[in-house]
Design a protein around this ligand. Structure first.
Ligand SMILES: Cc1cc2nc3c(=O)[nH]c(=O)nc-3n(C[C@H](O)[C@H](O)[C@H](O)COP(=O)(O)OP(=O)(O)OC[C@H]3O[C@@H](n4cnc5c(N)ncnc54)[C@H](O)[C@@H]3O)c2cc1C
Length: 381
């Protein structure tokens, strides 16, 4: 069978599109499948650490042209409203996924990526052909030498691939909307409430993104999102002030469920997994997007080495990517899980906040544990 592409990428979010741009800039034939039309909104806090900026610039992605909000400060409040603030060691920017993903998709097309709007239903590796077969919802079949899985947190493909995390129910749901509201420019704030936490920050057009993660148990006794926000989130005085003064811009908030933070494998059934498909960090660390972009860099550098003959074969490619992914992200994911477990307990959160107030240098140090260093393209191996 003749491959239709050197590389098929399943999913056109941050990980898939960034990898597509990187690989196409090195003259590889890339076909990317995305099930939704661009542009579209996504449940996401939309704050991105500046660590990705040098790399995005190298790829020719003009974040500055999107007029993002520049973020330098962070604040954290307990459910009762006690607050601590800190400068962000690296800083970041905030831009809606509606704008960012669309811009990346346009950049990818200009770089030579073929983007097909279709949902991948099945993917499998054929040992004898040493190639992948990809079947889509529209009934078409494609073949590729390499397949990247960049389809996000959860997909029916995870069931088809029988990935262990998919067998367990996850208690988390995520809600996001944009609001017209007064909110300090340059600040990203995280507010705890019983059963979850909510992030607030301005995005590119002066609107404010409010995005929260809540346990299904805390949510299920309330009839709807409005009631939940008024009766649970608004027990935190900062959130009460925000929601009582903010005007919803979306028709209704977006909701996703079954958000799993369980460990996953960076390579599964010979598919190289990137972004959330390889592992999702707790959103309180505010760094999943940077990790998605970073994992795209790691996999692209290795794929370029593979197609140039510097990595001998598929086994060497898979090993190199697995090692690089683990060395870069395992510590951060563990720090994220640890922080998450503290924030789930109101008493532990209060104790942590008091300690942070007494030792002001500690919060930037914790933030550094969940973030990386500024990225730039490297030759590999
Ligand atoms: C509540 C919440 C708040 C968050 N806040 C932040 C934050 O403030 N900052 C931050 O850095 N991170 C945050 N994150 C994490 C961040 O959103 C993710 O880490 C990031 O979106 C990962 O990008 P990705 O490309 O891996 O996946 P995605 O952006 O989810 O992209 C996956 C794409 O694949 C497509 N797709 C899925 N299945 C198929 C298929 N079978 N065929 C074709 N296409 C398919 C989807 O339509 C989607 O476009 C948050 C996450 C949550 C849940």
């Amino acid at each position: 069978m003749l491959p239709d592409a050197d590389i098929v990428i399943i999913g056109g979010g941050l990980a898939g599109l960034t990898a597509g741009i990187h690989l196409a800039r090195h003259n590889l034939r890339v076909t990317l499948f995305e099930k939704q039309a661009y542009p579209h909104h996504k449940v996401c806090g939309e704050y991105i650490s500046n660590e990705v900026l040098p790399y995005l610039r190298q790829l020719g992605v003009s974040v500055d042209g999107l007029n993002p909000a520049r973020i330098q400060h962070f604040s954290l409040s307990t459910a009762s409203g006690d607050t601590i603030e800190s400068d962000l060691p690296l800083g970041g920017f905030a831009v809606s996924r509606y704008t960012l993903d669309n811009h990346l998709a346009q950049t990818a097309i200009k770089a030579g990526v073929t983007i097909i709007q279709d949902e991948v239903k099945r993917v499998f590796f054929e040992e004898t052909a040493n190639a992948f077969t990809i079947e889509t919802a529209s009934g078409k079949t494609y073949h590729s030498t390499i397949t990247l899985g960049a389809y996000g947190k959860r997909s029916l493909l995870d069931k088809q691939l029988d990935r262990p995390f998919i067998r367990t129910e996850s208690p988390w749901l995520g809600v996001k909307a944009h609001y017209k509201a007064e909110f300090p420019a340059g600040l990203v704030s995280l507010h705890n409430f019983h059963g979850g936490y909510c992030g607030l920050c301005q995005v590119e057009n002066g609107l404010v993104n409010a995005c929260y993660l809540a346990t299904y148990d805390s949510f299920k006794t309330y009839k709807n999102i409005d009631a939940f926000q008024q009766q649970v989130l608004s027990q935190n005085p900062h959130l009460a002030h925000f929601f009582s003064n903010a005007e919803l811009v979306f028709e209704k908030p977006l909701v996703i469920s079954q958000i799993s933070f369980a460990p996953k494998q960076p390579v599964d059934s010979h598919i190289l997994m990137c972004g959330d498909t390889a592992g999702l960090i707790h959103p309180l660390c505010g760094n999943g997007m940077a990790m998605a972009i970073h994992s795209a860099k790691l996999v692209s550098e290795r794929l370029i080495a593979y197609f140039n003959g510097r990595l001998n074969d598929r086994a060497a490619l898979e090993k190199s990517y697995t090692l690089a992914w683990r060395s870069e992200f395992t510590k951060r994911l563990t720090a994220g899980r640890l922080l998450q477990s503290v924030l789930q307990h109101p008493l532990a959160t209060s104790v942590m906040l008091k300690s942070l107030q007494l030792t002001p240098g500690l919060l930037p140090l914790i933030i550094k544990q969940t973030h990386g260093k500024p990225l730039a393209i490297e030759q590999c191996p």
